[in-house]
Design a binder for this molecule. Sequence first.
Ligand code: AHR
Length: 654
Amino acid sequence: MSKLFSAIFLIAGLSTVAQEPITYTIRTSGFEKSIQPFLWGIFFEDINRGADGGLNADLVKNGSFEFNTPMMGWEPSRRRMPDGLCIVVNRQHQQPSNPKYLQVELLTAKDTFGLANEGFGGMAIKKGMRYDFSLLFRQATPGVTMRIQLLNTARKEIGAAKLIPQSSGVTWQTQSVSITAADTASKARLVIWFEGTGKLDLDMISLYPSDTWKGRPQGLRSDMVQSLADLQPGFVRFPGGCIVEGTDLNERYQWKHTIGPRVDRQLIINKWNHGVAARQTPDYYQSYALGFYEYFQMCEDIGAAPMPIINCGMSCQFNTSEVVPMDQLDTYIQDALDLIEFANGDANTIWGKKRADFGHPAPFNMKWLGVGNENWGPQYIERLQAFTKAIKEKYPEMQLITSTGYSPNPQFRYMDSVLRKLNVDIIDEHYYQTPNWFLMNAGKYDNYDRKGPKIFIGEYACHSVRIGSQDNKNTLLCALAEAAFMTGLERNADIVTMSAYAPLFAHTEAWQWTPNLIWFNNSQVVKTPSYYVQQLFSRNRGTHVLPLFQEGMPVTGQDSCYATAALDSVSKEVIIKLVNASGERKSRMVAFERLKSKSYVGTITTLEGVSFQQVNSLDQPDNVKPKTAPWKSKTPILLELPPYSLTVLRGKPH
Ligand code: AHR
């Protein structure tokens, strides 16, 4: 019998327990609170290398030469190059969305030279895998050929291919070639050797592995998307986060710049490039290879509802606090209206047609739109009202998510009261707090106003050391504190209809923020204890809250325990979630009100560790991981909750 299974005693074993355990009683009638399929979702922001160098599987950094330092990421093979051998051309006025390209002119055969791309801290290459190299080129003077090479850190070739530009003239052409890797390397480089004589213009250089998500050409990194699919999230909030606002309005996220041919997607600097003084990442840009169409497509792929957030005419209030004047807000509002048409309009509408032309004639069924991210104050309210009027006039069914800023902050009470007076649809609350705060707030929503707007906990995470500290770790304790808080969200699912941990992804060598739900490097994905908590809640969501009491009260920390129960009306199972946030083993009895003794059969899943400070890492990714075992019990159910643990029981009478 497994360790887990032996922790469950049948009622017959009760006589051996010295003290009567605390009893939790579940009411099995009158459960009027339903749990939305969207209760547990995810928040994606391009922070910590989430997009380029992350979800976007392209291994080439700055393949379009559009970074402010156009050759960043590239290294020529010669320290001193003859004038004109390799130059960056900027045709800003002619092509503002993609002004720069590279020109290589070889006048004599001895001009042969190479350009190496370092990737995002090296390129992870797998033996036997096919890599698809592609570029845009034109050649007014034909004659230059290319040899594409993959080199490991010992400069040994682990793959190569020849590329002879196939046509000449003044129009840009795309050309591709594939390389199969002969060896594995964690920090390889791509080198392009130019040979012959002639003049070649190059742009949009990329190298994608062939094992992208769903095998889509130039697609997303499959292990990262799979980690999201495995969460079975109800929705995906995108694209942030502060990048929606931008450091200033010029750097705000503009979804229209992120769709259509890649070459027309106007790259901008990422706010997180310079956003955190101690964690500068000068090579952090947004190529928008992961753009709004790809976001919607990814949501559909993983069965999650799309939840875009747009700029409301205000830049980040932690930075410049710029606002667009009210009489110039129309462009911003039009962006919102066009976005709804892009997502939901039929193929006869202007923006719906674009979506159809990209390959998706069916609507994406967008239900929500976030107006602003962490914005606050009267300026926000004024702009929100203008957005709301225009959107509701055209799309009365669209549910708008409204911001309270970062909470709990001094502004929160003001924002909350004004938003309630405006009778908004959904109020977004954000909590980056300590373990103690999350434990203390497991009952926060028990007495919230039931008649007012619904609540979306749009960002939250438990910070182990200090709020915003770069020493914060994804400890087991943090995960359990979040789990305790989440029992409160589930119990109040009639009012808290959606929630998301934040941020989602972080590259172990290029992060700006910690903690994060999923860590990754160029070849590995590490799921944190918090990830497993999200997964256990999401995969065991249930459809209705079953009221669970200890002496008539919800279980919100009595004796360091937290509990909630749900019914899955489809599978007819009862789901019980129990958190023990103490270092002691706890015995608990779970009884069903007005129910004769029955046998239950199902599974028991436990998330525990050897210490509450335990974390998962690249070297030890499975330190804290849930274990599931078959489970069978008569009612009342006697349980032993291990120290620092989350237990999820799911079963039905048999
Ligand atoms: O999740 C990281 C940041 O925290 C988000 O960009 C912002 O919305 C919040 O302040």
